[in-house]
Design a protein around this ligand. Structure first.
Ligand SMILES: [Zn+2]
Length: 282
């Protein structure tokens, strides 16, 4: 769809199935299973919704999904899509991997950064988008590459080793304009360096929420992921960002929602925030 002078579209980086308890943290199962019925392995389907932004000069991608490097075991456990789902989604918009100029990461967890690299015909890990500058928060980058044992599963290093040396990574500090019309807003919470991305043009705006509010079912402020490093900070930051979205009549973009990729929001007495208008996948 058009957002001012920009074209924005949700492109799938692939679907996967993940433990429902993990996606809802301290929320009791009898509550979350009503809005997200799990399968017989207690898993719920999750999209990896990435955002394609085109300004006429540049093709910009926010997040990259889990990519194509998952092991057979991970692929089985997650029932993840084969192939390179994001590249296939971009092809539907007439774009090849070479056409992407900028990739911005909300954070560097495997399901957001994995798709930035791939394994080529020789078995080598190479950049999935060879012409793109790769933009991440410095705080996120430091945590992701520090080798903390407790974060090993969240940040597989085969997603990041090549990026360390490729000379294409731009690290940013805090809230900055990344390219004209797209700026970062650091939230912390999910990870210390987690950011949402605000896309603005001609008075219209959209907010890529990352994992501060992964799906429309996470709109109640207290409903957070079990994976958040600071749950209370996620709750605080989420309330602030969702208020901002309503105040500016922005489009909310949910990175893991399998049904509602984008929506206009409203206040809700019972659930804090709710979907006012389901915009599908734009
Ligand atoms: Zn995620």
């Amino acid at each position: 769809m058009k957002l001012g002078n920009l074209d924005i579209a949700i492109v799938s980086g692939g679907r996967f199935w993940i433990d429902g308890g993990g996606m809802f943290g301290v929320v009791p199962r009898p509550l979350w299973e009503r809005v997200f019925p799990p399968d017989d392995k207690h898993r719920i389907p999750q999209e990896t919704n990435c955002l394609l932004v085109r300004d006429g000069e540049r093709n910009i991608l926010i997040d990259t999904g889990y990519g194509s490097k998952l092991s057979d075991k991970q692929r089985r456990n997650f029932s993840a899509d084969d192939g390179e789902p994001l590249v296939e989604s971009l092809a539907a918009h007439g774009l090849t991997r070479e056409d992407i100029d900028v990739v911005i990461f909300s954070h560097l967890h495997f399901d957001h950064a994995g798709g930035a690299t791939r394994i080529d015909e020789n078995g080598d890990i190479v950049l999935a988008f060879p012409n793109a500058e790769l933009v991440a928060q410095r705080r996120e980058w430091v945590d992701a590459t520090a080798g903390y044992p407790e974060l090993r599963a969240a940040y597989p290093q085969d997603n990041l080793d090549l990026l360390l040396d490729c000379g294409k990574v731009r690290l940013i500090d805090g809230d900055v304009e990344i390219v004209p019309g797209i700026r970062s807003q650091v939230t912390g919470g999910h990870t210390d360096g987690h950011q949402v991305l605000i896309i603005e043009s001609e008075g219209e705006s959209a907010v890529f929420l990352g994992d501060i509010c992964s799906t429309s079912r996470h709109l109640p402020v207290l409903w957070c992921l079990g994976y958040d490093v600071h749950m209370q900070q996620t709750r605080r930051a989420k309330a602030k960002v969702l208020e901002q979205i309503i105040a500016t009549n922005a489009i909310a973009i949910f990175d893991h929602d399998p049904d509602i990729g984008a929506a206009r929001l409203r206040r809700d007495d019972r659930k804090d925030f709710a979907v006012a208008d389901n915009l599908g996948f734009l």
